[in-house]
Design a protein around this ligand. Sequence first.
Ligand SMILES: Cc1ncc(COP(=O)(O)O)c(C=O)c1O
Length: 437
Amino acid sequence: MAILDKFSGLAARYEQLKASGGDPFSIQFDDIISSVEGVVKGKRTLLFGTNNYLGLTFDPISMERSIDAIRKHGTGTTGSRIANGSYREHEKLERELADFYGHEHCMVFSTGYQANLAMISTLVGKDDHLIIDADSHASIYDASRLGHAPVVRFRHNNPEDLAKRLARLKDQPGEKLIVVEGIYSMLGDTAPLKEFVDVKREFGAYLMVDEAHSMGVLGQRGRGLAEREGVEEDVDFVVGTFSKSLASVGGFCVSSVEGFDILRLAARPYMFTASLPPAIIASTLSALETLRNEPQRRAKLRANSRRFYNGLKDAGFTVGPEANPIVAVILNDPAVATMFWKRLVDEGMYLNLALPPATPNSSAFLRSSVSAAHTEEHIDFAIALMTRVGREFGILPEAPEYSNVTPFPRVSAERLSARAATAPARRRAADVGAGMA
Ligand SMILES: Cc1ncc(COP(=O)(O)O)c(C=O)c1O
């Protein structure tokens, strides 16, 4: 028995996945040309598999400020803030974020993952209760393991189930912390936040909202779902990340709960890891400024999201429940989804392949994310390509006149392989590079 033998099942499944058409876990970009274009295997490729919602990864001002910060303050901090000290810029970023959200306090972390790990594992202890949505992001689940609070899961986006579970805990001592997300990262659905707030109030619980995918996307000022739903006053802790709309890396939590700063001496994923480097802080501050000053980016993102979502829906695909920047095309059969994904990558469109068991309801789907930097041409190209491949694979009906109907025949992997092998070469001739020029 060798140390890695326990992964033999996983390794076998991975080999099977690779044999069935592609390897979504080790795709490599030869080059990244812009926020929405890259090069994969020498081919110019449209990027629909990032979280670059505002299209700021190549923002010239952010890049300049990052370079400048390196010149002034060096490449890294080489240590944690409690052991090795904070730079003024860490505090500036915290002040700016607190101000943006209208909260008293803010802590920044080296990743969004660590923000969840730190906050959730520390806020509730062994005598408290942590109550999480069943479809929570891995960082929320991992936080629940790192902390000592008993964990209760409620059905995804189900306020009645949440209320039922809190009712069971009613007579138990300790604080209760409910954790939900703004936009869920797999299917792009939003939490029914108003209803959750009613439940939170009824049971006197605390509420944390992870706005990782909704910051910069939802709300008049881009603060996220709580802003859009008008319930910010009832959200005790907002967690977010810099790795999506803000186009860098890092995470944060803002709150007005009194005594918040003591967490700096209690939250291990804050205390025992190196702090954000100057270049990252500089570009994050710059992107936050853009997020605040350029609401037109959010409007463009919303228009792009609707165009892509409605285009795929009208073509007959089964899509996620809401027209948000995360658009999922549900294909159910993992082998079909893998071949579909590979075909799109071969034709110049990169998106994410989501396979069970890491998916809601163990379904298989293609997950795309739309950016404000996509043009209408990019979006129309992607819809046309996916529709063509969908028809070719027998997932969509052949005739365009039926394209508003949503029949969803399940296609076996064998039938699909046979169809793909005999697909006319002319269908592969269209080069996305030409389409994007
Ligand atoms: C809901 C949610 N929370 C937290 C994170 C972690 O953020 P990061 O990747 O910036 O560490 C993610 C990442 O995708 C996420 O989807």
